[in-house]
Design a binder for this molecule. Structure first.
Ligand code: HEM
Length: 128
């Protein structure tokens, strides 16, 4: 997407299982709308993680490397965390990875799983 005009956009996406054509468990833990910001010489995306305490880490794939957010903001009052990533480009599919930990029936459940993000780039909506 080289033609994107400078500005901020909402970008809807689905969180899909790594291989199967179905929603991932992570779909319940991330807002399905991200904010894409195009600047004069940068492109960033902000995701909202819905459960700051359960989602320990979140990375996106950039040409085979797992990339961490360059900035994070925690909102303790609603247990949310915003994570800002730098992008080279926005493509329809992106691989991401999540680490989670939670208590369940007296045990600690931990996971480190890959998911796919499918962006609806045809329907980017500018934010006023
Ligand atoms: C009681 C809570 C949970 C249990 C017992 C649990 C257990 C599991 C198990 C057994 C798998 C399959 C792993 C494998 O095939 O090797 C899995 C996959 C996965 N889990 Fe969890 N999990 C729990 C909570 C969560 C939470 C809170 C998240 C939020 C990020 C999550 C995200 C995932 C993802 C992304 C996968 C890969 C499959 C998919 O995309 O749905 N899980 N989990």
């Amino acid at each position: 997407m080289d033609t994107l005009t400078e500005g901020k956009y909402t970008l809807n996406f689905k969180v899909l299982h790594k291989e199967l054509d179905q929603a991932s468990t992570m779909a319940n833990y991330i807002a399905d709308s991200a904010i894409l910001t195009k600047g004069p010489d940068f492109l960033t995306i902000t995701f909202m993680l819905i459960d700051n305490q359960t989602i320990l880490g979140f990375q996106i794939d950039s040409n085979g490397d797992w990339v961490e957010a360059i900035n994070q903001k925690v909102k303790d009052e609603d247990n949310r965390r915003y994570e800002l990533f730098e992008l080279n480009d926005i493509t329809e599919l992106m691989t991401a990875r999540v680490q989670y930990e939670l208590g369940y029936e007296g045990r600690i459940i931990k996971g480190d799983e890959e998911v796919r993000l499918e962006f609806d780039i045809e329907n980017l909506a500018p934010i006023e």
